[in-house]
Design a binder for this molecule. Sequence first.
Ligand code: GDP
Ligand code: PGA
Ligand code: MN
Length: 601
Amino acid sequence: MTETLAEAPTTHPQMLAWVAETAALTTPDRVVWIDGSAGQHQQLIDELVAAGTFVKLAKKPNSYWCASDPTDVARVEDRTFICSVDEADAGPTNNWMDPGEMRAIMKDLYRGCMKGRTMYVIPFVMGHLDAEKPMFGVEITDSPYVVVSMNVMAKTGTRVLEKMGETADYVPAMHSIGAPLEPGQADVAWPCNDTKYIVQFPEAREIQSFGSGYGGNALLGKKCYSLRIASVMARDEGWLAEHMLILKLTSPTGTVKYIAAAFPSACGKTNLAMLEPTIPGWKVETLGDDIAWMRFGKDGRLWATNPENGLFGVAPGTGWDTNPNAMRAIDAGGSVFTNVALTDDGDVWWEGMTPEAPAHLTDWHGNDWTPSSGTLSSHPNSRFCTPIRNCPILAPEYDDPQGVPISAILFGGRRKTTIPLVTESRDWTHGTFMGATLSSETTAAATGAVGVVRRDPMAMLPFIGYNAGDYFQHWIDVGKGADADKLPKIFYVNWFRRDADGGFLWPGFGENSRVLKWVVDRLEGNAAAVETPIGHVPAPGSLDLEGLSLSEAELAQAVHVDAEEWKAEIPLIQEWFDKIGEKTPTSLLTELDGLKARLGL
Ligand code: GDP
Ligand code: PGA
Ligand code: MN
């Protein structure tokens, strides 16, 4: 092991010390540095195939099927901690433990945890390697599945180490599946541990994860770094790290607008980011589908970059009729599919891919499955992991370290009632109020009950790395420090409103281009809106329904602001702000008072 360390492809003294210390604590059989080469990537894949973790797909180039332990399928929010020095800095929405106490617990768990396994060291960068201040990280893990996935989701390897030199700061991101192997003990296809911890130390800018191999818990560059740790950096440095897709929208006359949108996990980010417009002449190109870092440019506008290199998308519901561009992306090769079903001819399938299921499948549990089985073939949170360059509509600006100037921000959630299809905020503070009070029904992306309405501010509830009240204040301050005319306009959307029979009031997917068009028309002063107590909704005739079998009357239902529903919503918002407590910005309480008054309360 010392030999491997001596051969380390870096002379960064702090990194070498940390790697040596970690190896001494976790006692792996060997240490392997990830170099980012195609050869090493393939070698790891071959090992995963030999171990029975991966099955090579005959029908897709260089792509693999994989099934997790049935208990390790989603983010574990109740096991996720923000260990700030002061408990108040974690706020009322995060789990907290004293950092010293937590470090002691983690150290105990890590002791000997890599026995019989290989420890991989993954140097990575989130965002551009040539950014003004590249966002470096080093993930240590004992999971080759994590390495292969990180190679897709981030820029990894020697080129990162070279850029880091001997002095660069980086986020140490420690991960173990927590499944040491005794000599002679046979491994399982998806080793993990019933004890799970996903820990962020915001002041130290450090991550420690144990027990899970699932994406959001284990690919530490993603939610843990690019949202939880980065949101703290953003607060300290005056920018925004958000759970947002980024898309480029070009109108038939060639006008280009960049739009960012925050929806909770499994509420439509990937789909909107890759949308195929149904209205003639409009074009969408993708820049990102999950995370946006937004900084002010010299021109006073907010510029967004996507720190990721891959797509980690929800599989079920992704099909040729809902998200053809995602289907093309996963067909292009280099993908890992986790917890979907396997077809007899070596392809993948999941609910919603095609209207009819194949006659026989191997389900995500590895069992025979037929349409009459009465079970889901794929886990509702099953995922595809694909290089973003596979996306056929990737915008060329994707790779620009400067990013793109954002004209509109959409907040959205999954609500059966109350929330109209689209509402425009009056100004930045009102938009911040919309974001801060965003609500959504829970999904399978996190463990726990599904379909329960909860507040999910800016779709960041599980990802704010500090006090949510301070986070709201940060949003207000970002607006205050800017030229109002240059700030993005904020809208609130809901693709998931239902009618009395439970059907969707709005067809969604590609038809959402009509809402994007209305947004652009509003930015340009070309569409009419009706003022309501909650903001501006489309005036009759202002949202393009040409070619859609939806009547103006049906649309009216989708954009309807129901005073009674909103009156019922007020106590929930009040309760939410009570929970946030004294850190709730006064300006948001004023917004609530204004809303109540307009509702006649
Ligand atoms: P993400 O996790 O936020 O990226 O969400 P996805 O884009 O992967 O979508 C999650 C689920 O919501 C999938 O099952 C989609 O099919 C579904 N979905 C996405 N957009 C829409 C929409 O506009 N309408 C409806 N009804 N469902 C949608
Ligand atoms: P998403 O998150 O559902 O927002 O894509 C991925 C994850 O939960 O790890
Ligand atoms: Mn997604």
